[in-house]
Each structure stands twice: as C-alpha cells, then as structure tokens.
Design a binder for this molecule. Structure first.
Ligand code: ASP
Length: 323
C-alpha cells in the first residue's frame, strides 16, 4: 500500500498532479511581467507610452488608456481617432471600449468630434452605471465630462473620401487592407490584466454602422483569472462569433494564447462561408504574460513590449501559414 508521500511522488512522475491545470500553467509557473501587446505597427509607439506607465509600477488600466491615446491623436494613423477614414457620408465616427481586471468596462460607439474615445469609454466605465453610450448621447456625455469638440476629418482623409465617392458607388469599402484598429492588452507588475480597443471602423462604412471594437466580448475581452484578447479586421465576423470572449474561453480551457487565437479563426472559417473575403486578426495575452496571435490572411502584425525590449511580430495565418 502506498503511503501519502509515495502517492505524491508517483503522481508527480505520472504528471497527475498537474493534469487538471491549463497547459500554460503546467508549462511554467514563471510569470513574465509587465508586458504590453497591441495590434499593428502603430502599436509600437502606443506600447512605448503604455510602457512608461507599466515600468513605473502603474496599473494595466492606466497603461492601455495612455497607450492607445497615441494613435488616436496621430493624424497619420488613418484608422483610429483624428485623421481616421470617415463613413460613406464623410463623417468620422469612432468606436472604443476599455475593460479592467475586475470586469468593469465602458464603451462608446458612433461618437463624433471627440479625439479620444478611449478616455470617454473610461469615463462611461467609472462615472456611470452603464457600459455603452452611442452617438449623440455619447457626445453629450463627453462634453459634460469636459472633453472638447474638434473636427477629426483631416484634409487628407477628406480628399481620400471625395476620391472614393467619385470613383465608387456609395457602398462601404470593406477589404483586407482597410482594417487597422488598435487593440491593446497589458499585464502590470501587480499581475493584473486590462485591455483597450479604439477605431474609426471600416472606411466608408454605412452611416450608423458599429463594428466589433466597442462591443465587449467581440472586439475586446478581459478575464483577470485567465487572460485577455482583442481583435482587428472585419468586425461583423467578430460580432457573429463573439470572437474575443471565445479566445479567452479557449485559454480558460487550457490553450495557449497562440492556440486560442488559431482556434477562434478556425471557428470563423468553419461557420462563415465568406470568411476568405475578409481579414480578421486576434491577439491574446494570458495571466502568465505569454502572448500569441492568428489571422485569416497573412499581413497582420502586432507589437510586443516587455523587459527585453520592443518587437514587431508577424502573426501566423490560416491562408498563408506565415509565422
Ligand atoms: N474591427 C474594426 C471594425 O470592424 C475595423 C478594424 O479592425 O480596423 O470596425
């Protein structure tokens, strides 16, 4: 008969003690923190701003807000905030959401004339009992909170829109190139996760269209016990599959961030017949500070910053197997 000590020894040898744990927890108890990841190349300067907060022992929540404000304010980033592509009628309408380590979240959709929708989303989270404010109501709330109104349609964006309107029928331009939302996920020195996502949405979208980016579960999700995920690409596909919640749930079942992102893209491909016409990219970060990404078409990349420095990484893809 085995005594307890022998049983534990045997269990360890057989790997039984760890069998109920997720793969990432089995692999290592070591946590890499702080760390911040964000979508696309414009994620690098955004991560640098987030890193200033994280490396000074600031919170992941403050870091992601500070980080995504960088592309929001940059007129050269044509898919977020100031300088973003307008809708089919020439109006810049912005979507954003933010989520912290305690399941608090806030969002705005179809917000006009306010440069930093992410900060308005944070105010929704902290100053109201609601999660999502839209359109005129979101703008009135922002003004009441002290945000200032400004024209976000830059002369370059206006010229592009006019050229599009000349050459095209008035249908939204939706292809694999015009998606460049910033989604950012951070793990702070306290071991807490938060995320933010902000965009001007699909270029020349139908007026009133809202994508995945302000929808908790679709464009962003954070579960502080497990991990966080964000998305970029054709928002309708993420909404139909509640994509970021799916990625986090897959991590909760034991998949690594990389495996979870891949499985979510495969789910989209298995369920939605026209998936090849669109780009979708998921980015995930788990509680141990491990990250991963996966997309439909090659071309999606993401920025990572941790104690070893800053990197721009290519995502693996379903149709290109590019790593
Ligand atoms: N996901 C965004 C949307 O559908 C677009 C993007 O990623 O650029 O609005």
């Amino acid at each position: 008969m085995h005594n307890r000590r022998e049983f534990l020894k045997l269990s360890a040898l057989l790997g039984l003690a760890a069998s109920g744990l997720p793969q990432w927890a089995k692999a290592s108890a070591k946590v890499s923190k702080p760390v911040v990841v964000s979508t696309w190349e414009h994620g690098q300067p955004a991560n640098a701003a987030a890193w200033q907060v994280l490396s000074a022992q600031g919170s992941a929540l403050d870091a992601v807000e500070a980080g995504v404000r960088v592309p929001e304010a940059d007129p050269l980033v044509r898919t977020v905030g100031l300088g973003g592509y307008p809708d089919a009628s020439g109006k810049v309408t912005l979507d954003a959401c933010i989520m912290d380590h305690q399941m608090n979240c806030g969002a705005v959709a179809c917000l006009q004339d306010i440069k930093h929708p992410i900060s308005v989303a944070r105010k929704v989270m902290e100053q109201t009992p609601h999660v999502l404010l839209v359109g005129e109501g979101a703008k009135a709330f922002a003004l009441e909170q002290g945000f200032t109104e400004e024209n976000l349609l830059t002369s370059q964006a206006k010229a592009d829109w006019l050229a599009w309107r000349e050459g095209q029928k008035a249908t939204p331009q939706i292809n694999i190139e015009n998606h460049d939302t910033i989604g950012m996920l951070a793990l702070d020195t306290m071991g807490n996760l938060s995320g933010a996502c902000t965009t001007s949405g699909a270029a020349y979208k139908l007026p009133g269209r809202v994508g995945d980016s302000p929808i908790i579960g679709a464009g962003l999700y954070v579960d502080n016990q497990v991990g966080a995920a964000t998305a970029t690409g054709m928002g309708e596909l993420m909404i139909k599959t509640v994509g970021c919640h799916l990625v986090v749930e897959l991590m909760a079942q034991g998949l690594t961030p990389q495996q979870a992102c891949q499985k979510a893209v495969e789910r989209i491909a298995a369920r939605l017949g026209d998936y090849q016409a669109y780009q979708v990219g998921f980015l995930a970060l788990n509680k141990q500070g491990q990250s991963g990404a996966f997309c439909i078409h090659p071309g999606f990349n993401y920025a990572l910053q941790d104690n070893s420095g800053s990197k721009l990484l290519d995502s693996a893809s379903l149709l290109g197997a590019k790593v």
